[in-house]
Design a protein around this ligand. Structure first.
Ligand code: ADP
Ligand code: ADP
Length: 229
């Protein structure tokens, strides 16, 4: 069975049908990049997977961790899904390490010592260990985004969702964030990525999913996708 299975997912915003029958399965260790024009539903799809949106119909199944359908809660499964947004979503009044520890300590009730050790290792890996006690306002956009990724990883998610995470960054910071994601891919992290960075998409993807008007219209390997006219 796939790690994540989406069946006939429909999502409306009032009269607007944002997702119109999405079927998608993602295998463990697979990296899927979602492409498509603005407004086609990419962001909505990630938000539905992360339980941030109420769906109209369909099912989302996360292996071993629950089923989300209409009127079915995704509370348990959500703990196993990491999501990183364009806008970082760090708490301004909390230091880097307190931002990172919040979920593991408060939601997962883990021991501070154990989580802090994991956080330190991840911070070293993204080159930001020395900023551990800094506040978000003292960091560049690229640094904030790497911290947001570390915070998400510290929850030990089964799958990571990335929604245009470099879109708000100055060009010189884009690479440092994309390199972190490439490192995760190399380690076998399961990921769903929405991005406009085409050469990165080609590099990182096992599969490219192309959406239009709330539907998946094509699924191909990056080789097929980038060589076909
Ligand atoms: P994309 O991420 O591909 O740009 P979105 O998922 O943001 O597309 O949007 C899909 C459609 O749903 C668009 O028509 C958008 O205007 C609409 N939409 C998204 N979020 C909302 C919302 N909170 N309220 C109303 N309509 C929304
Ligand atoms: P993206 O393309 O990355 O989804 P948008 O600018 O479309 O970014 O959306 C930014 C925010 O505005 C999202 O939270 C989305 O849900 C909301 N949004 C998008 N379209 C609409 C809409 N037509 N009405 C209300 N909210 C919307």
């Amino acid at each position: 069975m796939a790690l994540l299975e989406i069946k006939e997912l429909v999502k409306n915003y009032g009269e607007t049908t944002a997702l119109n029958g999405i079927n998608l399965s993602v295998e463990k260790g697979e990296v899927v990049v979602i492409l498509g024009p603005s407004g086609c539903g990419k962001s909505t799809l990630l938000r539905c997977i992360n339980g941030l949106e109420e769906i109209k119909s369909g099912q989302l199944i996360l292996e071993n961790n629950g089923v989300l359908g209409k009127d079915i809660s995704w509370v348990n499964a959500r703990q196993h899904i990491g999501m990183v947004f364009q806008s970082y979503e760090l708490f301004a009044h909390m230091s880097v390490i307190d931002n990172i520890l919040l979920g593991p300590l408060k939601v997962q009730k883990r021991k501070r010592e154990e989580v802090e050790k994991q956080a330190d290792e991840l911070l070293k890996r993204v080159g930001l260990f020395e900023r551990k006690n800094a506040y978000p306002r003292e960091l560049s956009g690229g640094q904030k985004q790497r911290i947001a990724i570390v915070r998400s990883l510290c929850m030990n998610p089964d799958i990571m969702l990335f929604d245009e995470v470099t879109a708000a960054l100055d060009p010189e910071m884009v690479r440092e964030v994309l390199d972190v994601i490439l490192g995760l891919a190399k380690d076998g992290m399961t990921m769903l990525i929405v991005t406009h960075e085409m050469s990165f998409a080609r590099q990182v993807a096992d599969r490219i999913v192309f959406m239009d008007a709330g539907r998946i219209v094509e699924q191909e390997s990056p080789e097929q996708f980038f060589t076909n006219p």
